[in-house]
Design a protein around this ligand. Structure first.
Ligand SMILES: Cc1ncc(COP(=O)(O)O)c(C=O)c1O
Length: 345
């Protein structure tokens, strides 16, 4: 008789599948940090054209790598493409020895992927205001072989000071700096690659470029680390349409810059509006975390849902005070709808 549990790896039974932000027809979803302005119309056009070539395997990896290298100011051999930056997180934890060290609260995937791959995951708390606590992080350094930092950090939106980042890099462990939201912040770590061959920067087309649905991310690292990642990468992991979309998006960087600039302005307005009622955390990304205590986050979430707006509900962060929700900064119109809904909570 076939016994499923006996055949599975022992830790798989206890895993919980990732639950994506809720999507309900007719409601405004501001839960997954997508770009409400969408992709450039030129990208959409290029994807349409590329539909005639979906019967062939993807063949433009090298062209996309070169184009990304130009955009980020590095060499093509520093770039590895992933099916979303999510996949690169998996490739990194596959290739490098654990345990893995992250921050708390931070992006849930680092823990989830570590668990899936049977790697121990340890975390260091942020300080009470959600700033990076370099002392607390380095206290855990002996327990880990692979460091993850998220800058700006999801879900808090807070950023890491350059000098703190350098202190972590000086430890000489492989250090991933997840910059999924880099374009919304006025700082990135790419130039540190010249001095730190243990640095791996992660980026995505899902947020600023508005291509979440096509799944395309990339890592920037030393050529040696890039080669190691390619050894554990599935073939053809980035599809034909995503490759074409990336090329078109990078041909129209101005469109992305304009939507990012508008979102940054809107972030300011949204912050002030939320602050009239609750306690928002200053954000360097395209979302804002806010504390609704003494109300329960679940109750405020529900009320917003009834008003037609879906945000992300975190509730309590273990070890922290407060009740938290996160809202994506959308278009001007979307944010207005959210603000009206928030007034009714
Ligand atoms: C910090 C962070 N890293 C990575 C990702 C994954 O992005 P992608 O869509 O490129 O897989 C996200 C998505 O929300 C994120 O917030």
């Amino acid at each position: 008789m076939f016994e499923l549990e006996e055949s599975l790896k022992p830790w798989v039974k206890g895993l919980k599948p990732y639950v994506p932000g809720e999507m309900v027809e007719g409601k405004l979803k501001l839960a997954s940090n997508e770009n409400g302005y969408g992709a450039s119309p030129k990208v959409v056009e290029r994807v349409r054209e590329a539909a005639s070539r979906i019967h062939v395997y993807p063949y433009k990896d090298a062209v996309v790598q070169r184009k990304i290298a130009q955009y980020t100011g590095v060499d093509a051999k520093n770039i590895v493409l992933g099916n979303g930056s999510d996949e690169l997180i998996t490739l990194l934890i596959t290739a490098f020895r654990g345990p893995v060290l992250g921050q708390h609260p931070s992006f849930a995937e680092y823990r989830l992927v570590s668990q899936i791959l049977g790697q121990e995951y340890v975390e260091a708390p942020l300080d009470a205001g959600f700033s990076f606590n370099v002392e607390a992080y380095l206290e855990k350094k002996k327990e880990a072989n692979l460091f993850f930092l998220c800058n700006p950090n999801n879900p808090t939106g807070t950023k890491i000071k350059r000098k703190d980042l350098i202190r972590v890099l000086n430890e000489g462990k492989p250090t991933v700096v997840d910059e999924a939201y880099a374009e919304f912040m006025n700082q990135d770590s790419v130039e540190l690659l010249a001095s730190y061959d243990n640095l791996i920067v992660l980026r995505t087309f899902a947020k600023s470029f508005g291509l979440a649905g096509l799944r395309l991310g990339y890592s920037i690292s030393s050529p040696e680390i890039a080669d190691a990642l390619k050894k554990v990468k599935p073939p053809f992991n980035v599809n034909v349409l995503a490759q074409e979309a990336a090329l078109a998006a990078l041909d129209d960087i101005e469109y992305m810059r304009q939507s990012v600039s508008e979102i940054k302005k809107q972030r300011q307005t949204l912050f002030m509006e939320i602050a009239k009622k609750y306690r928002p955390t200053e954000s360097w990304a395209n979302f804002i975390l806010f504390d609704v205590s003494p109300k329960k986050a679940g109750d405020v979430y529900q009320r917003l849902f009834e008003e037609g707006v879906i945000v992300r509900c975190f509730g309590e962060f273990k070890g922290f005070r407060g009740q938290y929700l996160r809202v994506t900064v959308g278009t001007r119109k979307q944010n207005q709808k959210f603000i009206e809904a928030l007034k009714k909570t």
